[in-house]
Design a protein around this ligand. Structure first.
Ligand code: SF4
Length: 105
C-alpha cells in the first residue's frame, strides 16, 4: 500500500536536514541512511516525479536519478511505475511463499 504521508516515516527525519544534501563521495555515505527506510519507494517516486535536482532521495544520488529519467523519458508518473512494480513483486513473493509452503507439505 502506498504511504501518502511518507515523510512522517522517513528514516532521515532523525538526521540533520543537511545530511542528505551533500556532494561527491559523501552522497554514498548519505545513501546508507536510506537502506532501512520504510518509505524509500515513495521518496524515490516523489523525487523523480518532481524532478528534484539535488540531494539523496529514495536511496539514489542526483546523478543516479538523472540516469533513470534519461533511461525512461516517456514515464509520466514514476509513482505509478514504482507502485505497480512493488505490487507485482509482492504478488510474486506471495505466490512463491504459497508454492514453497505447499511443497513443504
Ligand atoms: S529514502 Fe532516504 S531520503 Fe528518502 S525518506 Fe528515506 S531516508 Fe530520507
Amino acid at each position: 500500500m502506498w504511504d501518502e504521508v511518507w515523510r512522517e516515516r522517513a528514516q532521515c527525519r532523525f538526521s540533520s536536514p543537511d545530511a542528505m544534501f551533500v556532494q561527491g563521495a559523501a552522497q554514498h555515505e548519505a545513501k546508507r541512511v536510506c537502506y532501512g527506510c520504510p518509505v524509500r519507494t515513495e521518496c524515490l517516486a516523489a523525487a523523480l516525479d518532481d524532478q528534484i535536482a539535488f540531494g539523496v532521495w529514495g536511496g539514489k544520488t542526483e546523478r543516479e536519478r538523472r540516469a533513470l529519467l534519461r533511461r525512461r523519458p516517456n514515464v509520466t508518473s514514476w509513482r505509478t511505475v514504482l507502485e505497480t512494480a512493488r505490487e507485482e513483486h509482492a504478488l510474486v513473493s506471495a505466490q512463491t511463499g504459497v508454492e514453497l509452503a505447499v511443497r513443504a507439505g
